[in-house]
Design a binder for this molecule. Structure first.
Ligand code: MN
Length: 336
């Protein structure tokens, strides 16, 4: 390995893209602002290089990100099938913001059989080495940082729409530049994106002052269900399938709601348990202290970052909550 392995991987990634004609671009299930911002920016960047680009979603997108796309990308298992992927003749698959098989639903099995080169652009520590070429950097605040660096390295220009998409990516993954992953590198990129046409106030209003009444009702249900443990250091919250039925909210409406309880000064670890339509329990974890929540999620096959991670847990919800409760007890200091 040379002195600058990151630089070498970047060079390989650009060569791989240049050699490809039909490119499939996708990201993880339950896509967030980073995933979707990267997909939208790559779509524009690659089209401007004359590539035939197909975006693919693995689950529905939260409605407030729809403005990133002229037309909503198809969802695997709905408008796009595995058979149609095979018939698509793709000569490159780009996966952004994940390197984990269990984040890719049926796409993982298709990749095993398709023998197509895969470029992974990711910043998570959990990695299944899915890429034949990988731009991976766990110190990057968002995958959007790496996509921006790829576009810069390739010498491609950034249009205002691309700048907005990448601003969404870096701003959402840093909690609007408040989380501990906020560093000078991501702020420099944010400044460049503003220079290139991103409007932070307009994006903020669109993403954070744009709740539906259904989503707001879901948030109040979540806050009603919050309980504090271990001298207020752990906040546990849950949402049942009945909460979604009653409020009319969508499953994608849960994004970011977990962070509300982190406004409580004593809270070091937060969890939300969401009962899925298939009965499983989706658990998201956040930490603002020393507890490594990725290590907790990985015990159940999940993954993520030290301060933000997620996993699926077996039902019922009480059982799922007790599993996490016990692990957090073992990781917080001085729990009696
Ligand atoms: Mn990300």
């Amino acid at each position: 390995m040379g002195k600058l392995p990151g630089f070498e991987n970047m060079r390989k990634a650009i060569e791989t893209i240049k050699a490809a004609c039909r490119i499939l671009v996708t990201s993880h299930r339950k896509p967030d602002g980073d995933a979707l911002g990267c997909m939208a920016a790559l779509d524009a960047a690659l089209r401007r290089q004359g590539k035939d680009v197909q975006l693919l979603l693995l689950s529905p997108i939260p409605s407030w990100y729809a403005f990133l796309f002229d037309r909503l990308p198809p969802i695997l298992g709905e408008a796009m099938t595995v058979d149609r992927l095979t018939a698509g003749g793709y000569d490159l698959v780009v996966i952004v913001d994940t390197n984990s098989r269990n984040q890719l639903k049926d796409l993982a099995g298709w990749l095993d059989k398709a023998h197509v080169p895969v470029l992974v652009i990711d910043h998570h520590a959990t990695s299944d080495r899915l890429g034949s070429v990988e731009i991976t950097d766990t110190t990057a605040a968002a995958a959007g940082v790496l996509v921006h660096e790829l576009i810069q390295s390739a010498g491609w220009s950034v249009t205002p729409d691309m700048a907005t998409a990448l601003f969404v990516a870096v701003a959402t993954d840093t909690g609007w530049f408040r989380f501990s992953n906020t560093d000078a590198r991501v702020l420099r990129i944010a400044a460049q994106l503003i220079d290139a046409g991103a409007d932070p106030a307009a994006v903020y209003a669109r993403l954070y002052q744009n709740f539906t009444s259904e989503r707001f009702a879901l948030m109040t249900a979540m806050l009603d269900h919050m309980s504090l443990h271990f001298d207020g250091r752990y906040a546990a919250q849950y949402l049942t399938a009945e909460d979604f039925r009653r409020t009319g909210a969508a499953y994608s409406d849960t994004e970011d709601l977990i962070s509300e309880c982190q406004r409580i000064g004593s809270v070091q670890v937060a969890a939300i348990f969401v009962e899925q339509q298939d009965g499983r329990i989706r658990c998201s974890l956040r930490s603002k202290g020393a507890v490594n929540v990725r290590a907790i999620a990985e015990q159940f096959g999940g993954g993520g970052h030290t301060n933000a991670a997620g996993t699926f847990l077996p039902a019922p919800i009480d059982h799922a909550m007790s599993l996490i409760h016990d692990l957090i007890a073992s990781r917080l200091p001085d729990v009696p």
